[in-house]
Design a protein around this ligand. Structure first.
Ligand code: 13P
Ligand code: SF4
Length: 351
C-alpha cells in the first residue's frame, strides 16, 4: 500500500514528507467536513483532510479499527474514528470487535485495557506519552500496602490505572458504573482507587463506606464551584452538567453528573438551550456537531495526554504498526479478571 506524498502541499507527516490536499482528497472528505463545519475552521481543512483520506485507506489495508475517546479533537472523533465513547464503551467495543488491529485514540490505560480484553489482537497507541495523572498517582505496591492496612476489604479500582494496579484489584469500574459496581459487592466497606473525587461522589450515592486514595484528574480538579456560580450569573438559564472526577463543590453546583457518555446522553435527552459541560475541552466541540441549536459555553481545560494523539501520529501508527502495547501475560490475566468482573456488572449501565 502506498500513499502519495509530493514535494509541496499543506500538511506534513511525521517523517517530514508532506501530504497534499488534492481535488480528489477534497471530494473524498467532503462529507466529513460537512459534519464538522461548525467546529473546524475551513482554513484548517486542507491540513486535516489528506490525513483523514490516507488513514481511511490504511485502516482498510491493515484490517484496523480506530477507537476514539470522547475527548479526542473533532477531526479525529468525527474524521477517522470507527467507534467512540466513554471508557466503559471503549472497553466493551475493544472486547467485541473482529478487527485484527485496534488503534486506540485515547490514553495509555485505555490501550492496555483493550489489549487485556483482546490479547490476540494488535493494539496500537499513536503516542506512548499519552498518560494520565490518575494512573500515575498509584502503583501495584501501593495497592498491596492498602490491603495490608485494611485486611479483607475489597479493592474497587477506576479503569484510569495501570494494568499492574488492576491486577492487584478485585474489580474495576468506570465513571458510568462506579456506584453500581461498589454496590454489587454486597459489602459494608470498599477501598476505592485512585480518584478521590469520584470516590467521594460514590460515597455520597451509596451506604457503603468508601476508603479513599488521593489521586486527582489534572483536568477536572481545576474546576471550582465559584467558577460555576459565575456562569450562572453571566449566562442566565444555563444548565451545568459535570463529570464526577470534579471536586465536590463543583458537583454540588451541577444540575447533572455523569460520565462523558452520560453527559452526551443528557444533552441528547434534555436539549438545553444553553449548557456548560464541565469536563475536557473537546467534548463540547464533539457534541456541538449534533446540536446546532444548543449554545455551549466552553471553558477550555485540555487534557495534555489526550492531546498527544494527532492525525499524523495515527497515520504513522497504521503505516508502521507502532506503538504496540504488550503486557506480561500473568499481570494481564489478573488485570483482565478485574475488568471482566466490571463488564459483567456494568453491562448496559448508563452514567
Ligand atoms: P469517561 O469517558 O469514562 O467518563 O472518563 C473520563 C476520563 O477522564 C477519561 O480519561
Ligand atoms: Fe487522565 Fe484526566 Fe486526562 Fe482523563 S482527562 S486521561 S482522567 S488526566
Amino acid at each position: 500500500m502506498s500513499i502519495t506524498r509530493l514535494d509541496s502541499g499543506s500538511s506534513t507527516a511525521t517523517d517530514g514528507v508532506p501530504l497534499v490536499y488534492t481535488p480528489a482528497v477534497a471530494a473524498a472528505t467532503a462529507d466529513v467536513y460537512e459534519r464538522v463545519r461548525a467546529v473546524v475552521p475551513e482554513v484548517e481543512w486542507p491540513v486535516h483532510a489528506p490525513y483523514i483520506d490516507a488513514i481511511e485507506r490504511w485502516k482498510r489495508s491493515r484490517g484496523a479499527v480506530v477507537l476514539a475517546h470522547n475527548y479526542q479533537t473533532p477531526e479525529i472523533f468525527h474524521g477517522v474514528a470507527d467507534l467512540s465513547g466513554d471508557s466503559l464503551a471503549l472497553a466493551q467495543q475493544a472486547a467485541e470487535t473482529d478487527a485484527e488491529v485496534i488503534v486506540m485514540c485515547g490514553v495509555h490505560f485505555m490501550a492496555e485495557t483493550a489489549k487485556m480484553l483482546s490479547p490476540e489482537k494488535t493494539v496500537l497507541i499513536p503516542d506512548l506519552e499519552a498518560g494520565c495523572s490518575l494512573a500515575a498517582s498509584i502503583s501495584g505496591a501501593d495497592v498491596r500496602r492498602l490491603r495490608e492496612r485494611h485486611p479483607g476489604v475489597p479493592v474497587v479500582t477506576y479503569v484510569n490505572t495501570s494494568v499492574e494496579v488492576k491486577a492487584e484489584s478485585d474489580i474495576c469500574c468506570t465513571s458510568s458504573n462506579a456506584v453500581e459496581v461498589v454496590e454489587s459487592l454486597g459489602v459494608d466497606r470498599v477501598i476505592f482507587l485512585p480518584d478521590e473525587f469520584l470516590g467521594r461522589y460514590v460515597a455520597d450515592n451509596t451506604d457503603v463506606e468508601v476508603i479513599l486514595w488521593q489521586g486527582h484528574c489534572e483536568v477536572h480538579e481545576r474546576f471550582t464551584g465559584d467558577e460555576l456560580r459565575d456562569y450562572r450569573k453571566t449566562y442566565p438559564g444555563i444548565q451545568i452538567f459535570a463529570h464526577p472526577e470534579c471536586p465536590p463543590d463543583v458537583l454540588s453546583e451541577a444540575d447533572y453528573v455523569g460520565s462523558t457518555a452520560g453527559l452526551i446522553r443528557h444533552v441528547d435527552a434534555t436539549r438545553p438551550e444553553r449548557v456548560v459541560l464541565v469536563t475536557e475541552c473537546s467534548m463540547s466541540d464533539n457534541v456541538a456537531v449534533a446540536h446546532p441549536d444548543v449554545e455551549f459555553i466552553r471553558p477550555c481545560n485540555l487534557c495534555p495526554h489526550m492531546k498527544q494523539i494527532t492525525l499524523p501520529k495515527i497515520l504513522t501508527a497504521l503505516e508502521r504498526l507502532q506503538h504496540e502495547v504488550t503486557i506480561d501475560p500473568d499481570v494481564a490475566g489478573r488485570g483482565r479478571r478485574a475488568v471482566e468482573r466490571m463488564l459483567e456488572v456494568g453491562r448496559g449501565a448508563g452514567g
